[in-house]
Write a protein that binds this ligand. Structure first.
Ligand code: C2E
Ligand code: CA
Ligand code: CA
Ligand code: CA
Length: 277
C-alpha cells in the first residue's frame, strides 16, 4: 500500500524480493538520486513469438540505492509524478538507455527501444523537444524508438496529449498502448491517436488458460489490432503454455519472465548469446 503526502515520505511495503522492510524515500532523496545517476534503466527483451528472435527491449527504471538496494518503479514513479520530478527522471533514464542502444548499434546489435511515458509529460511540447535532441545526440533512428503510454492514462481529455503524441509519431517514433484492457478508453478515442503498437495487459494472459471468455476477449483485441495494423505484444508471458497460447491467437511479440526478467544493459549481450537469439 502506498501512502504519500505531498512533500512527505513515501511509505510502502518492501519491494518484491527486497525483504528489507518498508522502504522510505523522500522527494529530496529522489531528486538527488536522479542527479547522481542512481536511477538506471533495466531492459526486458521483446521477442517475436513465431521465430523467438529478440526485436527490442523495454526500458524499466530501477533505483540503485546505496543503502536500500534495488528499489522498483512502483516505489518512486508516483512520487516523481507528484513532486514534479518525472520529467527529469524520464530524460535521465532515456539518456542512459539511448547511449546504451547506440553502443549496441556500434557492436552490430540493432534493437528497438521502448520507453514508458507518464501522461504528465504530454501536457507540454517540452518533452518532445528533449526527446528529439536525445535521438539526435546518439544518432538513433526515430523508427527504433517506441513510446509506451498506458491506456488508463488516456481516459481523460486527450487535449494537448494528442498533439504531443502526434509530434512524436511524425518524427518517426512508434507509439504503444500499454496495459491494454485495463482502462476505459473508447475505440473512437484510441483511433484518434496514431498508435503503432498494442500491448495486452498481463491480467488477460494470466487467466487465459482457464477462462474461455478471456480467450475470446484476447482474440478479438488481437484481431482488431491487426486490422488496425498495430503490432501486438503480450505482456507477462510466464510459461511455455502462455507463449504457445498467445502465438496461436496470432500475437506478434511477447515479453515476460519466461523469456527474460528485466536486466542491466551490460548483461544483455551475454544473455542474447546464450539464447542464440
Ligand atoms: P509496465 O510498463 O506495464 O511494465 C511491465 C512490468 O511488468 C514491469 O514491472 C516488469 O518488470 C513486469 N513484468 C515483466 N514480465 C513479467 C512477467 O512475466 N510477470 C509479471 N508478473 N511481471 C512482469 P516494473 O519494472 O516493476 O515496472 C512497473 C511499472 O512502472 C511499469 O509497468 C511502468 O508503468 C512503470 N515504469 C517503469 N519504468 C518507468 C519509467 O522509466 N517511467 C515511467 N513513467 N514509468 C515507468
Ligand atoms: Ca510499459
Ligand atoms: Ca504494461
Ligand atoms: Ca503496468
Amino acid at each position: 500500500v502506498l501512502r504519500h503526502r505531498s512533500g512527505g515520505p513515501l511509505l510502502s511495503q518492501a519491494a518484491p524480493g527486497g525483504r528489507k522492510g518498508a522502504v522510505v524515500v523522500t522527494s529530496e532523496e529522489l531528486a538527488s538520486a536522479i542527479a547522481a545517476r542512481q536511477l538506471i534503466p533495466y531492459y526486458q527483451p521483446k521477442v517475436d513469438l513465431n521465430t523467438g528472435l529478440v526485436k527490442g527491449v523495454e526500458v524499466l527504471a530501477r533505483w540503485l540505492h546505496p543503502e536500500k538496494g534495488v528499489i522498483p518503479p512502483s516505489q518512486f514513479i508516483p512520487l516523481a509524478e507528484s513532486e514534479g520530478l518525472i520529467h527529469g527522471l524520464t530524460v535521465e533514464v532515456a539518456d542512459q538507455a539511448f547511449a546504451q542502444v547506440a553502443r549496441w548499434r556500434q557492436h552490430g546489435l540493432s534493437l528497438s527501444v521502448a520507453v514508458n511515458l507518464s501522461p504528465l509529460l504530454l501536457d507540454s511540447p517540452d518533452f518532445v523537444v528533449e526527446a528529439a535532441e536525445l535521438l539526435c545526440r546518439y544518432r538513433i533512428p526515430a523508427e527504433q524508438v517506441v513510446w509506451e503510454i498506458t491506456e488508463s492514462s488516456l481516459a481523460a481529455d486527450l487535449g494537448t496529449a494528442l498533439g504531443n503524441l502526434a509530434r512524436l509519431r511524425l518524427k518517426g517514433c512508434g507509439l504503444s498502448i500499454d496495459d491494454y484492457g485495463t482502462g476505459f478508453s473508447s475505440m473512437q478515442q484510441l483511433s484518434r491517436v496514431p498508435f503503432t503498437e498494442l500491448k495486452i495487459d498481463h491480467s488477460f494472459v494470466r487467466g487465459a488458460h482457464r477462462r474461455e471468455h478471456l480467450r475470446v476477449i484476447l482474440q478479438s483485441a488481437l484481431d482488431m489490432a491487426s486490422k488496425m495494423r498495430l503490432v501486438t505484444v503480450a505482456e507477462g508471458i510466464e510459461t511455455a503454455e502462455d507463449w504457445t497460447l498467445l502465438q496461436g491467437l496470432g500475437c506478434v511479440l511477447g515479453q515476460g519472465y519466461f523469456i527474460a526478467r528485466p536486466m542491466p544493459g551490460g548483461v544483455l549481450p551475454a544473455w542474447l548469446k546464450e539464447e542464440g537469439a
